[in-house]
Structures are given as structure tokens and as C-alpha cells.
Design a protein around this ligand. Structure first.
Ligand SMILES: [Zn+2]
Ligand SMILES: [Zn+2]
Length: 297
């Protein structure tokens, strides 16, 4: 397999005609042989694509030629050629499903945390600045890697966002920094905290991936979960595996799923325990749920 490149991008910008943008994306990606996932809503675009570096460069050029995306930031990683099996372009009501409703939804163009870039966060850490990091990713993502000392929002899914404000009551008057993979979830998550009365809210521009690329092996423990065939992204060989197998607690970065079909949540299951995966659940509730859903004959 020749070399490939992966790009991650998003922006919250008003899209006047989302349906025709979907058609444009599909046509352009097919023409360039790009695989991946692009979500489009009237609130913006959110995508990850993989392809030959020349094709990716051409895609970026064509996107930058569109007025809505003239300054779109493409975060780039080295591909594996297997991050995606196909191309999916979808029209959605949100570019990231938040669980927010018309009552509490936030428009990141109006209310969002102050952006700081990776270098600024490095300064905060080096200077011993008084602040807390809230990790806005899901629990299974946090399990395989996170900033040292950061707070786990313990979301099962980003749709749990409306429930998390009460978990961080103690931080309402503190300086807080939200982080996520490459930044998109923080746009609304940080805005949501502000809406809920948090007074001093920042978000990490470009997300954890950008920080890890700039400061590999520093301040972040473990590796970065990503939503494609790679499962995790590493930025250095010198890192410690911090993920622990749900069943035996040995160190692992191998993901499986909760054995209860109704849950199917991702969880860490090591290679040794993999053959017994049908008896590994993410919680006691799921164990009980699975037992009670076994058909009685
Ligand atoms: Zn195990
Ligand atoms: Zn479960």
C-alpha cells in the first residue's frame, strides 16, 4: 500500500444549502478516491478523510476555494490505508450529536470557551497556572489516554453532555480548560459550561491531537483514541500504555464491546481475555440486562 494521509476538520458556519453540499462532497471525494466520514448540517461540517497525499491536497484546495471554508484548518496525520473501508457523507441535524435541545442548545458562534492553542497550554502547565482540565470525551477514550491530572467527564456518549455540568459544580468559579480529540466537541461543550454559569472557560484549539503532535510524549498519558480503523493514534514510541483490560486489569489498548447487545459500548479487553469476550460487560447493570434478555425456552 502506498502512503496515505488522514485529515480531520470541522467548522461551525452556517451552510445555506446542506443538501447540495452533501452532493458536492460525495462527488469530490469519489473523484479523488477519498474514504472516510463527512457529516453536514446547517450548522457546519465535520469530517475525517483518508487518501493519497496528492488527492488530499487537491481536496483541501477545492474546499478552501469555497467561501464558507476559505480558512478551514485541516489537521493532518500519517494514514494507514485502512482507517476507513468506504466513504460516508451524511446530512444531519447536528455535526456532533450533543443531546442538547432547542431549550439549551448553544451556538458556538455566539457562546463558546476562549480558544487557547497548544503552545499556550504548555505555558500554563510549565508556569504551574491554577486551572483544571475537563476531558469532554467518552469514558472509553479517557481510559486509553488523557492529560495527566485531568478530570474525566465519564460520558458514555457525547449525548450525555447535558448531564455533566452538575458533576463539576466545584469548578464553576475556577479556570477550566475543556479538551477533546481534535477540538470539535469542545466548541459546544465549553459553550454549554458557560451557559450553565461556569465563569472562566477555555478550550484547547485543535484538541489533544494537535498538542500531542507538538509535544509528543509530554503531559498526556497513554495514546489518543480515534474514531476510525486505527482505534488509537500515537505520536511517539516512548509512551506508557495506561489502558486496563475490563476483565483482568492488565495493560492493554485493545478495544472490544460490552457483551450485552443492547449496550455494545466500547471497552478495553486484552488479547488474553478476548476469547471470553461474550462474558465481559461494561457494568453490573449490563451483566444483569444481558442475563434477563436471554430468550427463555
Ligand atoms: Zn484481560
Ligand atoms: Zn454495557
Amino acid at each position: 500500500m502506498s502512503s496515505t494521509e488522514i485529515i480531520i476538520f470541522y467548522t461551525y458556519v452556517h451552510i445555506a444549502d446542506p443538501a447540495s453540499l452533501v452532493a458536492w462532497q460525495r462527488k469530490t471525494c469519489e473523484e479523488l478516491g477519498l474514504f472516510g466520514r463527512v457529516l453536514i448540517a446547517s450548522e457546519g461540517i465535520n469530517g475525517t478523510l483518508e487518501g493519497a497525499p496528492e488527492a488530499v491536497a487537491e481536496y483541501e484546495l477545492r474546499m478552501h476555494a469555497l467561501p464558507e471554508f476559505s480558512d478551514l484548518w485541516f489537521k493532518s496525520s500519517i494514514g494507514t490505508g485502512e482507517a476507513f473501508k468506504k466513504l460516508v457523507v451524511k446530512l444531519r441535524s447536528e455535526i456532533v450529536a450533543t443531546g442538547l435541545t432547542s431549550d439549551n442548545d448553544v451556538d458556538p458562534n455566539i457562546i463558546t470557551g476562549t480558544h487557547i492553542d497548544a503552545a499556550e497550554l504548555k505555558q500554563w502547565i510549565t508556569n504551574g497556572e491554577d486551572f483544571e482540565i475537563i476531558d469532554m470525551r467518552n469514558e472509553y477514550e479517557y481510559a486509553v489516554g488523557h492529560f495527566e491530572g485531568s478530570r474525566n467527564s465519564t460520558m458514555g456518549n457525547f449525548r450525555d453532555l447535558p448531564k455533566i455540568a452538575s458533576k463539576f459544580e466545584d469548578l464553576k468559579k475556577k479556570k477550566v480548560l475543556t479538551v477533546c480529540t481534535y477540538g470539535v466537541r469542545c466548541e459546544k461543550a465549553s459553550g454549554f459550561l458557560k451557559q450553565q454559569g461556569f465563569e472562566d472557560v477555555y478550550q484547547l484549539n485543535g484538541g489533544i491531537g494537535t498538542y500531542m503532535k507538538q509535544f509528543p510524549g509530554e503531559d498526556f498519558l497513554g495514546s489518543l483514541y480515534v474514531f476510525d480503523g486505527r482505534m488509537t493514534e500515537q505520536f511517539t514510541d516512548k509512551y506508557m500504555v495506561i489502558g486496563e483490560c475490563t476483565a483482568c486489569a492488565s495493560k492493554t489498548e485493545r478495544f472490544g464491546n460490552c457483551a450485552w447487545d443492547d449496550c455494545h459500548k466500547q471497552l478495553l479487553i486484552c488479547l488474553n481475555c478476548a476469547p471470553n469476550a461474550k462474558g465481559i460487560w461494561c457494568s453490573d447493570d449490563c451483566m444483569v440486562g444481558a442475563a434477563s434478555s436471554v430468550p427463555v425456552r
